[in-house]
Write a protein that binds this ligand. Sequence first.
Ligand SMILES: *Cc1c(COP(=O)(O)O)cnc(C)c1O
Length: 431
Amino acid sequence: MSYQAFNDSSLAFDTKQLHAGYNPSEHFRSKAVPIYQTAAFELGDFDRCGRLFAYEEDGHSYVRFSNPTNDVLEKRIAALEGGAAALAMSSGMSAISNTFLNLAQSGDEIAAVKTLYGGSTTLLNKVLPPYGIKANWVEDPSDPDAFRTAITENTKAVYIESLGNPGMNIIDIETVAAIAHENKIPLIVDNTFATPYLFRPFEFGADIVVHSATKYLSGHGTVISGLVVEKGGFDWFSGKFPQLEEFYREYTGKIEEENLIRTLFTRRLRIRYLTEFGGHLSPMSAFFIIQGLETLSLRMQRHAENARKVAVFLKAHPAVLDVAYPSLPESPYNALARKYFPLGSGAIMAVRLKGGLETAKRVIEKVRIFDYMVNVGDAKSMIVHPATSTHYGLPEEAMHKAGVYDDTLRLSVGIENAGDLINDLKQALEA
Ligand SMILES: *Cc1c(COP(=O)(O)O)cnc(C)c1O
């Protein structure tokens, strides 16, 4: 037999999630991906050390730069997203912050929407500006002209999420990608809430995908981790990215030309930012994510099926004011959901209750299966009141723009029995 599933790009998603990027014959034929729990690797002969440090030879020296377990995870997520290369990092925030730093330097800007994950908003509002990198906020993400307005000659990327938090707004990604490309800048998509099973941003023009792998990719709420994936093929040589051109010149002749150009963003992210800022992902955590990825399609099918049933139940309940879930026919995002999310628009939803803050508080106190947590994307169901947690302290206008009111609850629907989840919400709403 000659096992080839590890590098056969013609295989279906469900097959790739189990096999892509791992060749057992390179690892004593261990069928599970081994955890290389070591801080460093023996260098071999004198000349090999030189080649490793010049990046002329693939291999591992010190685990802050790379290790074989993370290598499998990186290849696997690249295969699932349909990208050329990927990098594993210590958290979703590490993936996002280092991605911005790889693209923007002092004086540069990132055009971003206002419905971002809270950590990303704070990064762009408070952490990066003192370093000379600022955000230009897109006022209305459903208006293409608002993106054009937010892009100036100093803008180095457009940043959006595949599903907004917690209002679940969907952006017309294909149109926004075209606007970014007219301006010779990449579109970055945080694809955490969707996962590549439900949505693959590269197929609609995105250039870079970031993930909090803490959520659905790991799937079981056991690790904090992040991933960055590069599609490959973006033109970094338009004059807008001198730092990438300089990096290209430094490694020309060492790394094979076509490969260097195709994975330029990821290589610089690893060699400059992973290596020097040290946001390395432990191989033990990488193993947990690889384990989770093996069942990603099965879990996401069940997550989406349960979410749809819960959304339909809530929408019809007299105590509920509104449910933000794009796969519902009544959703203003339903047309975009049908285009971009034919398999279901994820499993997170925002629910507004008629009784205001008091009812929201009572539901949280009465649920018996849903856990009261700020996390999302666990196999187990969770509930939270965003206005007093994830979106705490935001000005009222910004909160409302994100779809957060006093009476809003965010649900992350798990893979339990849908009937049990509906009964749990029913008794809490009617208590
Ligand atoms: C959780 C999350 C992040 C941050 O990821 P961490 O792994 O917690 O650092 C970023 N974006 C989205 C959409 C998230 O849900």
